[in-house]
Design a protein around this ligand. Structure first.
Ligand code: TSB
Ligand code: ZN
Length: 582
């Protein structure tokens, strides 16, 4: 999908359209006050204070109609330049604009505003010449947004829209948007009974339903197997820790705003953990290690809690209670390159298995000039950053470098993917860390008998099971591969009276082999049951009619195929067995 913010022409057009929107809203709601209306990747939005009025999607057509009216009236858009004083005077009744003007640099003596007919708004510009230039636009949705993104502030009304140069471009975009909505894992998750949410449990706390739980278990088994083969040692640790644990790790100072508040139990003060590193540090520290024992790889499917802004939580993709596919790899400094390579190899291997092709590697490096954020050991940083580059180059991976984006404790590799709706997110991550092992005073005994500090690689291949499931549902549009499908086979008798007995026998034989099979014995027409089987994206529908009963066979139709194939049960079992093997 086109990135409107990065397209110069569309950027100006959408910016001007945000003003057109505000202009129309001002006509319809006389007391409306306007905060900011930026251009975003998918168009523009405007945050508006409408007093107590809460907009719904039903209000949008009327606003659009007013926008069309203003557009048709062909009003010139004029730039006005003001001194700060003049601007303060002009907008003296508008606390939002005063706030904006106050924040403007004292030295910038000229403030610009744009005027179209009876509407004027502060703006750096540039803008289109006339309101008529904005002809092909659409208001997409409305939501609440806290003033300055702070939940203690007033909730404003945010209206999203998009504008194009031609009708064709707009229609293409709207079609793409419709398709993206169908691919949205929140819709698929509901249609296929994968997860639910409930206010009584809380925001960002999805409940995995039986179908979702099967997917998650399959993912766990898959990655557990791979990790075990690579020598990982898996542990279980509590999803809480004391505040002191997180003071020792440094999270209390550096990560507190992402954590749930603490709670007191007897004399201890606990937090729900946002990360598992401190627990794993303690597991490592439980034994004395020789240089020969390293790398030691401690893995866990670990539940974490993070405070994510309520506007940011999204289905399974961004949650407040998540389960990481986490591991902390304790290595000697000379093993960093080799171990990092193994992690990248595992990422590539997993992505190959899942057919994930659209992803971007991003190396986050320190800003060498920022001595405050990054601990001061240039040699260590340089060596580590070069190692990461070398490994990615060796694999021929394309990557971008983000300077100043490294964590305070070390450089990292993130793998970014694009969800159906919304901005890119990180799936896999691998982070080098020189600091945490020091803070926990971890050591290993080196070849000369001296005590040394190990380096840690934090890594999560799936990221979280939550986010990975969201992503894979969107990638496959819900049509998961056979090994991952909650329901693999659907046995459908054509007529219960004559075929249910044989269909039940087939069902029992498949069930015995541990396939996830269902028998649809409802008294409904075959066409209806088949349609539902397809809607539920079940990989194989098995049809049992008179022909099958008479010849002791089965007929099956594979998801996505129109062809019905008749075969005997043994051949069918061989076929799916081969498909299940990755
Ligand atoms: C890898 N301590 C490291 C760990 O050892 C860590 O926690 N890294 S993280 O903060 O980057 O999180 C790991 C992964 O969790 C991310 O790459 C991302 O895929 C996933 N993740 C992060 N926040 C959320 C969230 N709110 N909802 C779902 N998944 C998330
Ligand atoms: Zn970690």
């Amino acid at each position: 999908m086109i990135n409107i913010k990065e397209n110069e022409k569309l950027n100006v057009l959408n910016h001007s359209c945000a003003h057109l929107l505000a202009h129309a809203v001002k006509h319809l709601y006389k007391d409306a006050k306007f905060w900011v209306g930026p251009v975003i990747e998918s168009g523009f939005y405007y945050d508006i204070d409408l007093g107590d009025k809460v907009l719904t999607e039903d209000d949008l057509p009327q606003i659009e109609k007013e926008m069309k009216k203003i557009s048709k009236s062909d009003k010139l858009i004029k730039r006005i330049e003001l001194t700060k004083e003049e601007a303060l005077d002009m907008f003296k009744d508008d606390p939002y604009k005063i706030d904006l003007i106050d924040r403007m640099d004292e030295s910038s003596t000229i403030i610009s505003a744009y005027k179209q007919d009876d509407f004027i708004d502060l703006c750096r510009g540039p803008h289109m010449n006339t309101t008529k230039d904005m002809k092909y636009f659409k208001l997409i949705k409305v939501s609440g947004a806290y003033y300055k993104g702070d939940s203690k502030n007033k909730m404003l009304q945010r209206i999203y829209g998009v504008c194009f140069e031609t009708e064709e471009d707009l229609n293409n975009y709207l079609n793409e948007l419709e398709e993206a909505k169908l691919r949205d894992h929140r819709k698929i998750g509901k249609d296929l009974d994968i997860f639910m949410s409930h206010d009584l449990v809380g925001k960002g706390m999805p409940l995995w339903l039986p179908n979702g739980a099967i997917i998650r278990k399959q993912l766990e088994n898959y990655i557990y197997d791979k990790e075990r083969k690579m020598g990982y040692l898996h542990v279980y640790t509590p999803c809480v820790g004391t505040v002191d644990l997180y003071k020792t790790s440094g999270h209390w100072d550096h990560y507190k705003e992402n954590m749930f508040p603490s709670m007191k139990v007897d004399e201890e003060e606990f937090v729900l953990r946002p990360m598992n590193c401190p627990h794993h540090m303690l597991v490592y520290g439980n034994e004395i290690h020789s240089y020969r024992d390293l790398p030691i790889r401690i893995g866990e499917f670990a539940t974490d809690f993070r405070y994510e802004a309520s506007g940011a939580v999204k289905g399974l993709e961004r949650v407040r209670c998540m389960c990481q596919n986490d591991a902390h790899l304790f290595v000697r400094p000379d093993q960093i390159g080799e171990e990092f390579k193994k992690v990248v190899e595992l990422i590539l291997d997993v992505y190959r298995d899942f057919g994930i092709k659209n992803y971007k590697f991003r190396l986050s490096m320190r800003d060498p000039l920022d001595k405050e954020k990054y601990f001061d050991d240039d040699d260590m940083w340089n060596e580590a950053e070069n190692k990461l580059r070398e490994v990615l180059d060796e694999f021929g991976c394309e990557y971008t470098e983000a300077i100043g984006e490294a964590a305070f404790y070390g450089p990292k590799l993130d793998v970014e993917v694009k969800p159906a709706v919304g901005p890119e997110v990180t799936l896999s991550t691998c982070q080098l860390d020189f600091l945490l092992p020091r803070r926990f005073e971890l050591t290993y005994v080196d070849s000369d008998g001296s005590k040394k500090t190990p380096v840690v690689l934090h890594r999560a291949i799936f990221g979280t099971f939550d986010r990975f499931t969201a992503f894979i549902l969107e990638e496959t549009k819900g049509a998961l591969p056979l090994w991952l499908s909650p329901i693999q086979l659907n046995v459908i008798p054509v007529n219960n009276e004559y075929h249910l007995e044989y269909a039940t026998k087939i069902y029992d034989l498949l069930k015995e082999k541990d396939y996830r099979v269902q028998l649809d014995s409802r008294n409904e027409k075959l066409g209806y049951k088949m349609r539902e089987s397809v809607m539920k994206k079940i990989p194989y529908s098995i049809i049992i009619g008179q022909k099958e009963v008479d010849s002791n066979t089965i007929s099956y139709r594979k998801y996505g195929s129109e062809e019905t194939i008749t075969t005997n049960l043994e051949d069918f079992k061989n076929l799916i067995e081969n498909e299940i093997k990755l």
